[in-house]
Design a protein around this ligand. Sequence first.
Ligand code: PNS
Length: 157
Amino acid sequence: MTTALCPGSYDPPTNGHIDVIRRAAAIFDRVLVSVVENPSKSPLFTTTERIELFRASLADVSNVEYTVFSGLLVDHVADQGIDVVVKGLRTSSDFDYELQMAQMNASLRGMETVFIPTSPVWSFVSSTLVREVARLGGSVEELVPAPVAAALKEKLS
Ligand code: PNS
C-alpha cells in the first residue's frame, strides 16, 4: 500500500490542485492532502474551510484523506508514514523552486518527491491570482471548483 502526500497552502484549492490530486489518486493507493498551517500568514480561508472545500470538490474520489500540518514537511512525512510526496508543476520557474525543495528534503530526511505536470489548461492558475481576481470582482468560476467559487463569493461579499 503506497501513500502519497500532497502538501500545499491551497488558499483556496484551484482546478490545478484538483487535477493533480485526482491524478495522484489514480496512481497511488492512498493520497493524503495536507494543508499547511502557517502562523506568519493571514490566509483567506482557515485550514478547516480549505479541507471542507476539498471534501466538497473531490467527493467522488474514495482514496483521498485530509490533514493539517505545521513545521517541517519532512517531519510530517515521517510522522504520517508517507512513501512519497507529490507536487504539481506548472512552469519551469515552479520546477526550479520545487527541485531545490525536493533536494533539501531528500538531504534532510531522505524524503522522495514525485512531480506531476499540471494540465496545460491550468498552468496559469494560482491561488494568489484567484484571490486577487475574485477580490477585484472578476470571474473565477472557470478556474476553481464550484464550491470554491461559491465560498469566495460569500467570503468577499
Ligand atoms: O502551496 P504552496 O504554498 O506552494 O506549498 C508549499 C509547501 C507548504 C509545500 C512548502 O512551503 C513546505 O513544504 N512548507 C513546510 C516547511 C518546510 O518544510 N520548509 C522547508 C522546505 S525545503
